[in-house]
Design a protein. Structure first.
Length: 297
């Protein structure tokens, strides 16, 4: 029997400034709207995740794709991951500098024998697959140039503090076959060294999916998230608890152990939503039981 599909996306957990709030809400709404009709017609979960994240990466509001934060060397480096709940297939790419949509490269890697590619190897794979190459400067926006200049001037800068202005994106989908998929994409944290990897492209840290429990995507300070295998922890809680309670418990564990901040979205094996965050906002959108797209922070 066909299932009622579900989709939830996020656009980062932090204190989103007033002047940026509308764009975050609109961006999340657009990502859900871009896939909702195809999802109802039977689009597989992993394709829907990829399409929704591509919309978020192309929207310069978020710290993913165009609009990614600048590293210490003034460049943008992108990471993305996707995981399929039925097969447990996982693929991710790291330190992408010359492609707008790293989620598409991760999606292509799902069909290969290797799971994770980084740097020049990931970009060579993207080129082989025919993805359009762009210059790194095309990923850089004025907002991030200004942030970079300000942070460079501040001697008190630390990676943990710099995480706060930050908008990793992600999506979790439950399709008409009852299959789950999850994906996440990020530009990382401002002023991080070139080559730094956070939680996003690591399975069980920023991205996790298992049809028997659920799928989850995280946002927040990667160095903390990966220490508690945040998304895997939340999905394990789904064996015992509701999606909302599971997300809440995972955030509590993250905060107890690392004293850090994050947000998480998830869907369980029955197609029920969960989310939690210990930041001021979590930009997100989902389709409710009436079929309406709800976007909020
Ligand atoms: N959560 C994204 C990162 O820390 O890279």
């Amino acid at each position: 029997m066909k299932k009622e599909p579900k989709i939830i996306v996020h656009g980062g957990a932090w204190e989103i400034p007033l002047e940026e709030q509308e764009n975050h809400i609109k961006g999340c709404y657009n990502a859900v709207q871009a896939v909702w009709s195809d999802l109802q017609k039977g689009m597989p979960a992993h394709e829907a995740v990829c399409t929704a994240i591509r919309v978020l990466e192309t929207d310069e509001t978020f710290d993913a794709g165009k609009g990614g934060v600048l590293r210490a060397n003034g460049t943008v480096e992108l990471d993305a991951a996707i995981m399929v709940g039925k097969s447990h297939s996982f693929a991710s790419v790291m330190n992408i500098k010359e492609y707008m949509n790293p989620i598409d490269i991760a999606r292509a890697l799902l069909d290969e024998d290797f799971s994770i590619l980084c740097g020049s190897g990931a970009e060579a794979f993207a080129q082989e697959k025919g993805f359009p190459r762009i210059s790194n400067s095309e990923l850089i926006v004025e907002r991030e140039k200004k942030r970079f200049a300000t942070l460079k001037q501040e001697n008190k800068y630390s990676l943990a503090e710099a995480f706060m202005p930050h908008g990793t994106v992600g999506a979790v989908v439950y399709d008409t076959e009852g299959n789950l998929a999850a994906g996440t994409s990020t530009g990382g944290v401002p002023l991080a060294p070139s080559g730094r990897i956070g939680d996003t492209p690591l399975p069980g840290a920023g991205t996790y999916c298992d049809n028997t429990t659920g799928g989850a995507s995280a946002t927040g300070f990667g160095e903390a998230i990966l220490r508690v295998l945040f998304t895997r922890t939340a999905c394990d809680f789904l064996r015992e608890y509701s999606p909302m309670e599971s997300a809440k418990r995972a955030v509590e564990i993250l905060h107890d152990i690392t004293h850090s901040f994050a947000g998480i979205i998830l869907i369980n094996s029955k197609g029920e939503y969960g989310l939690a965050y210990n930041t001021t906002h979590l930009a997100r959108a989902y389709v409710d039981a009436k079929g309406d797209i709800i976007a909020t922070i």
